[in-house]
Design a protein around this ligand. Sequence first.
Ligand code: R5P
Length: 255
Amino acid sequence: MAVPSITSLAPLADKLESAKRAAAYRAVDENVNFQHDKVIGIGSGSTVVYVAERLGQYLKDPEYNGLVSQFICIPTGFQSRRLILDNGLKLGSIEENSSIDVDFDGADEIDDQLNLIKGGGACLFQEKLVSTSSKKFIVVADYRKKAPKYLSTNWKSGIPIEIVPSAYVRVADDLKKLGAKHVIVRQGGSAKAGPVVTDNNNFLIDADFGMLENPSQLHDKIKALVGVVETGLFIDNASRAYIGNADGTVEVFNK
Ligand SMILES: O=C[C@H](O)[C@H](O)[C@H](O)COP(=O)(O)O
């Protein structure tokens, strides 16, 4: 079956989903070099679902099947592993593929320099490992994610920070000393009594520092704290961002 053209797609019932799909499909169409790319990173979240879906459509197209069936897809967590398998793509590991041709991932917020907040879905460490191992890192997101200028303008729940569980009190205290106004250990809510446990068996802290004029400096300070595994600030990492709008149009921002 030939890959459906973007212009022929029927709109989805939910406009937000249409926006995510439009961004993801176009990002795949414009950033996978089917002749040369061999290793593809597949991130986490609700937008990247459509990236895997689009690659699955290419896999079913006889014109691309021979190439896409040879792609090795590197996941960023449990959900993304399932996305790869459910779309018939070949699952690989970063241990065997430490250089990735192109990585696609979502974001919680994107500033005007293409710095990101990520980790709203608790997947930030593996996402950073994969995105910083990629020659191109393409962000896919819907219209709610673009900050007018600075990070933490729209994303109000704080910077996600993955930490070693035994260090949670110490890291929380140190974050307050760095200026965090509000610090919480993320809880599982009705789905789990107690803290969220990441795919790496760690905890997450969400630390609210207000609007971020210098996210790079803050990232460095947080990263230096004992007990911090990684921060959800992705600095100077993304190559390009595809932002889907409710009307199905997509805006493209380059680094
Ligand atoms: O931990 C989750 C990831 O960083 C996601 O990529 C991020 O939360 C964006 O997810 P969504 O595409 O669902 O907005």
